[in-house]
Design a protein around this ligand. Structure first.
Ligand code: SF4
Length: 340
């Protein structure tokens, strides 16, 4: 049995990525399919904190749900691979997924009020999660439930509380406690702070980061709030209209955002560390994914659009930035390899 204090069963090869997503394509519908995730490739190392950022509808949550195999019709994985710790996730049946879901990877949903069962106490829900995966004596379940609640900063007295008796921040912490119960290698978080006020957001983020550093699990964290992940993520992936448009170390993306969309996103959020500056925002709206523009999907909103942008830009590696999907960085382009 794996407990919070036990060691992993095997020693993983640190050179191998924990999660390796390759050319993943997800569509909604059959007759006029909407491509919500378009050829996304992303690697996550063990113990790494990766933030995925973008506007609503950019495909970031769909990507997470595809990786976790939680998509339901009309969404479907059309092509691509997801290797999680040696498991080929796209091919696994529900029976094959059951033993690894929650034990090896877990998911924290956006709204704890919707994800938690309103008619069961927090303790009963923790017990159900454990009982679904292994036979654990009642006393041990109680001990482990208390342990995970303490880890997320909730007094174990709340094992008997129902979700409506907790604050929004405590409900999200209870969700994280459930995600931690088997000490998984990967926790996938879909905007877990979006319903919280700013103080509760920062407090939750600090707790998640401290737990991640203590237990060494990897985090893939989806948010529309770039400033929120800036303090906590090792790398940042920016998505736009279903595509990954920029990927790199968080410091690099913040210091030298290269894709015009990333530059626009950075200008839309107040800096928590730098000088006060005017917020600019990004004019226009994301494209209708039923009829995306030909070539670069950002061109109707891009202040730097060129003739060549009518062609789909390939991903370029520029300096420390691993991927920029923009013609500005193609061979011979003026900004190639030069941070702005
Ligand atoms: Fe702008 Fe062209 Fe780059 Fe797209 S490829 S972001 S339109 S400069």
């Amino acid at each position: 049995m794996r407990t919070l204090s036990s060691s992993p069963d095997t020693t993983p090869d640190p050179r191998q990525p924990l999660l390796d997503i390759t050319d993943l394509v997800v569509e909604y519908g059959m007759h006029e399919p909407v491509r919500a995730v378009d050829q996304v490739s992303l690697r996550v190392r063990r113990g790494e904190f990766v933030g995925i950022v973008g506007e609503s509808g950019c495909g970031k949550s769909t990507l997470l749900y595809a990786v976790a195999r939680l998509l339901s019709p009309p969404a479907r994985i059309v092509s691509g691979q997801v290797d999680f710790a040696g498991h080929q996730m796209v091919r696994l049946t529900e029976d094959e997924l059951r033993p690894i879901r929650w034990r090896d990877y877990s998911v924290v949903m956006q709204s704890a009020m919707n994800a938690l069962n309103p008619v069961l106490s927090i303790g009963a829900q923790l017990r159900d999660a454990m009982a679904a995966h292994e036979r654990v004596p009642a006393a041990q379940m109680r001990q482990r439930s208390e342990e995970v609640l303490r880890l997320v900063g909730i007094d174990p007295i709340h094992l008997t509380s129902y979700p409506h008796q907790l604050s929004g921040g405590m409900r999200q912490r209870a969700m994280i406690a459930m995600a931690l119960v088997f000490r998984p290698d990967l926790i996938i978080m879909d905007e877990p702070t979006s319903a919280l006020d700013v103080v509760a957001q920062r407090s939750l983020m600090r707790r998640v980061k401290a737990l991640q550093e203590e237990f060494g699990f990897a985090v893939v964290f989806v948010t529309h709030d770039m400033s929120l992940v800036s303090h906590y993520s090792d790398r940042l992936a920016i998505m736009y209209a279903g595509q990954l448009v920029e990927l790199g170390p968080t410091r690099e993306v913040f210091a030298h955002a290269r894709h015009p969309y990333s530059v626009g996103l950075l200008g839309a959020f107040p800096s928590l560390r730098g000088e006060r500056r005017e917020l600019t925002g990004i004019p226009g709206a994301p494209p209708d994914l039923r009829h995306p523009p030909r070539g670069c999907r950002f061109q109707p909103r891009c202040p730097k659009v060129m003739d060549i942008c009518r062609e789909d830009p390939p991903p370029y590696q520029v300096g420390a930035t691993e991927l920029v999907r923009c013609h500005l960085y193609g061979p011979g382009a003026p900004e190639h390899q030069e941070p702005r």
